[in-house]
Design a protein around this ligand. Structure first.
Ligand code: GAP
Length: 457
């Protein structure tokens, strides 16, 4: 269980910002919400898509040894027998005899109810898979399950992918998709919910090389988070003890993040050995082996599985991006989101609502929109508009003033430093592309100049 930590990003403030600015809402809110389900609003859906795209780009697009997959959520019921989920994917559940709240046994304090201290019942096993029925008749023979992990869709397609891509070991199959778990206790915002998304890699290796690939993926996955803005000091590796290893795992380590409620799992990396391919071969009667061309032998590859949560990643990125800074008499709230993750990349802001300026600014906005998620805003004072963009993490604002009508120049304001440069409109797109890719603001394009320095709007 997470230990309480002070001094971290305050969860209440983050939840409030997410609701106020349209990142994340409780599901079915007008009906009082549905416990532990969340809806991503206009900015949240952009942020979440950007997280998934960044993962897909790093894992699939930029690598030769990886291919993607999108398997269906409903799978043959035998899959869950073979995987061990029907028998083993359960939490021991107790109920408090006084307040009737239900708990996992690992959440109990001194074997009593964490809420009221009351006595609890004997534990019984509770399977976390959601059940439903295939077709119109609701009987046992038609039971299917909502997948509790995306991984199984990859294992059952191992031979299909092998046959169609001619990949040689080591290679991986990556998938992003929804997973469902009827969690006994939920909470901490989007950290633990009953419907969530996973980004999973199943990396197939020769058995003797599993250890080194396990270490490789630990490092690779930590670097991915850090490169996108997670603070190194807020990540740690937590190897699993023998007792807590999942039924399929030979070795496992969590990548923990220092969430507002304490250190908790962000991603799990497991050495699943040959468990899954052996099980599915046994239950399906199909061969799931690999012909090693060097030795001419059929082998069952071992699998290294880096399994990340999309929602937990979104929460971690928001936590480490959130900042409050003194701003005259007020506080400037900002999200230091990495440009790749920021929901809006650029805001176009005319200094006033005068017709000729608005027309000019809207033309620039129309020109930028095909390239990036952009926003146009001409309401209220410019200071207010900058603050609104800071709070949603927009890395750059383009400001159009009356002089722009004369000299065809605009300013670019950087979110984090509040510095500004002025440049010819003809240079705007190239310059924004360079800045979004990480170039220093004061590296100037032809005809550009430093406009404001020193962090005051
Ligand atoms: N295939 C392996 C697997 O599913 P897991 O540790 O149970 O392993 C992997 O889940 C990741 O999925 C976790 O590290 C977490 O990021 C995410 N995850 C798991 N349960 C979740 C839940 N109830 N709500 C949100 N994310 C969850």
């Amino acid at each position: 269980m997470a230990e309480q930590v002070s001094g971290q990003t305050n969860m209440e403030k983050l939840v409030s910002l997410c609701q106020r600015r349209g990142f994340i809402f409780p599901s079915s809110e007008i009906y009082g919400g549905l416990s532990s389900c969340w809806d991503y609003g206009p900015l949240g859906v952009e942020l979440k898509q950007n997280v998934k795209q960044a993962w897909w780009r790093a894992i699939v697009r930029e690598r030769d040894d990886m291919v993607g997959l999108d398997a269906s959520i409903l799978m043959h019921p035998k899959v869950w027998e073979a995987s061990g989920h029907l028998e083993g994917f359960s939490d021991p559940l107790v109920e408090c005899k006084s307040c009737h709240l239900r708990w996992r046994t690992d959440e109990l304090k001194d074997n009593s109810c964490p809420s009221c201290g009351g006595e609890v019942t004997e534990p019984h096993l509770f399977n976390l898979m959601f059940k439903t029925f295939m077709g119109p008749i609701e009987e046992e023979a038609n039971v299917v399950y909502l997948r509790p992990e995306t991984a199984q869709g990859i294992f059952v397609n191992f031979q299909n992918v092998l046959n169609t891509t001619r990949k040689r070991l080591p290679f991986g199959i990556a998938q992003i998709g929804k997973a469902f778990r009827n969690e006994i206790t939920t909470g901490n915002f989007i950290f633990r919910s009953r419907e969530f998304e996973q980004m999973e890699i199943e990396y197939f290796v020769k058995p003797g090389t599993a250890e080194e690939w396990f270490d490789y993926w630990l490092e690779e996955r930590c670097n991915w988070y850090v490169n996108l803005g997670i603070k190194k000091e807020n990540l740690r590796l937590r190897p699993h003890t023998e007792e807590e290893l999942a039924h399929y795992a030979r070795k496992c380590s969590d990548i923990d993040f220092l969430f507002p409620m304490g250190w908790s799992e962000l991603e799990g990396i497991a050495n699943r050995g040959d468990f899954d391919l052996v099980q599915h071969a046994k239950y399906s009667g199909k061969s799931l082996s690999y012909l090693d061309k060097e030795t001419n032998e059929h082998i069952v590859p071992y699998i290294i599985e880096p399994s990340a949560g999309v929602d937990r990643s979104v929460l971690a990125f928001l936590c480490d991006a959130y900042a409050e800074e003194p701003d005259k008499e007020e506080i400037r709230v900002l999200l230091h989101l990495h440009p790749d993750l920021a929901p809006i990349k650029v805001a176009v802001l005319p200094l006033s609502k005068r017709e000729n300026l608005v027309k000019f600014a809207k033309e620039i906005y129309a020109d930028l929109r095909p390239c990036w998620m952009a926003q146009y805003d001409d309401t209220q004072g410019i200071g207010r508009r900058y603050r609104r963009q800071d709070e949603i993490g927009t890395p750059f604002c383009v400001t159009i003033d009356f002089q722009s009508l004369e000299d065809n120049q605009v300013t670019i304001r950087e979110r984090d430093s509040m510095n500004q440069i002025r440049l010819p409109i003809a240079e705007l797109k190239n310059t924004l592309a360079a800045k979004l890719a990480g170039e220093e603001l004061f590296v100037l394009p032809p005809g550009g100049q430093i406009w404001k320095e020193g962090g005051k709007d």
